[in-house]
Design a protein around this ligand. Structure first.
Ligand SMILES: Nc1nc2c(c(=O)[nH]1)N[C@H]1C(S)=C(S)[C@@H](COP(=O)(O)O)O[C@H]1N2
Ligand SMILES: [Mo]
Length: 339
């Protein structure tokens, strides 16, 4: 695949991805003393160039889904589709959804699917902890056997202003809340991704606050849209899409939908998420899709539909307002930036 690399100083601000800003900021701090800004930002990809990658991936044959057939849960799929959740847009081509992925543990480009194939996903244990009656660990295949599995079509809107439509398999998060038995002290949930720098090369980059963490309020987690993904396109999740278990919260920017979850902790305090820790003014806790609140460096008014040449207007709550708007009715105006 031919990807033209720009120098950091050629990047238009509006094209920079989250990681570039953070890296440039750190590099700037490191190099400012030496007075050499020319050292900053070699070999960075712009969001635009990633798009070229996506278009090429659609044409290319790839094995991005090959390992899925070896997954021990393979026979569970496909699941019955729940017709309550429709996207009103074409489903994204499977090959694109499996090759144009954000998973910083494996690198900051979109095309990390090969690297992700090294991640071990069995045995896989999910830890339930914090403000619960009794902490416990549950094996992923036991969990799959106990949850009511279904398929739902959701739109996915990345904070980088692109979108997809994906048929997810999995179960409503509320069923896992019932199993976890949180106490009345629980106000938030903190989700944590696997930490294993042996197989996740991105985690060797010390400038990130690993492991990846995300959070929801209890009310958000109990909402019917909050979903735990275990598969896509009628088969188990490919590793690059967050196997064997990931969050899917379609009314929030994509970074909230944390991949490859190993722990769910119920907390009294609001967790600080990975991107919030890196740049809280750009990637806040709420991160509800809102076309009227621009990212500090680019507009959120429109989105590129991956796999087409289309740009479409972005909708408040990614079009899921009828389900979730009431969650935010009393929200403090100071938090508007993150809505
Ligand atoms: N652990 C982890 N989860 C993650 C990410 C990540 O880098 N690491 N990227 C997020 C972002 S920015 C997006 S847009 C979605 C992308 O999901 P997909 O690649 O399955 O489409 O995953 C989210 N979950
Ligand atoms: Mo994203």
């Amino acid at each position: 695949m031919l990807i033209r690399r720009k120098r950091g100083w050629e990047l238009a601000e509006s094209q920079a991805t989250p990681e570039e800003i953070f890296r440039n900021r750190r590099r700037f701090m490191r190099t400012a003393g030496a007075g050499s800004l020319l050292l900053a930002g070699g070999g960075l990809l712009s969001a635009c160039e990633d798009m070229d990658g996506a278009n090429q991936a659609s044409a290319a044959e790839s094995d991005a889904f090959a390992q899925v057939a070896d997954d021990p849960s393979y026979e569970l799929y496909p699941l019955d589709r729940n017709s309550r959740y429709q996207a009103e847009r074409d489903i994204t081509e499977r090959e694109l959804a499996g090759t144009y992925t954000n998973f910083y543990e494996f690198g900051s480009s979109k095309n990390i699917w090969q690297k992700a194939q090294d991640m071990p996903i069995r045995p896989w244990s999910l830890r339930i902890e914090g403000e619960v009656e009794e902490p416990f660990d549950i094996d992923i295949d036991d969990l799959l056997a106990r949850m009511p599995l279904e398929e739902r079509i959701y739109r996915l809107r990345c904070v980088e202003a692109w979108s997809m439509v994906i048929p997810w398999s999995g179960f409503q998060l509320s069923h896992l809340l019932d199993l976890a038995r949180p106490t009345s002290n629980a106000r938030y949930i903190r989700f944590t991704t696997l930490e294993d720098s042996e197989v996740m090369p991105g985690q060797r980059a010390g400038w990130y606050p690993w492991p990846y963490i995300e959070g929801l309020t209890m009310e958000e987690a109990a909402n019917e849209l909050a979903f735990m993904g275990t598969g896509i396109y009628g088969a188990p999740l490919p590793k690059q899409n967050g196997a064997p278990l990931r969050l899917v919260v379609p009314w929030k920017y994509g970074f909230k939908s944390i991949k490859s979850v190993v722990s769910i902790a119920f907390t009294r305090e609001r967790p600080v998420s990975f991107w919030e820790e890196i740049a809280g003014n750009e990637y806040g806790f709420w991160a509800n899709v809102n076309p009227e609140v621009a990212h500090p460096r680019w507009s959120q008014a429109e989105e590129r539909v991956i796999g087409s040449d289309e740009k479409v207007p972005t909708e408040l709550y990614n079009g899921y307002g009828e389900y979730v708007a009431e969650l935010y009715a009393d929200m403090d105006q100071d938090e508007r930036l993150y809505r």
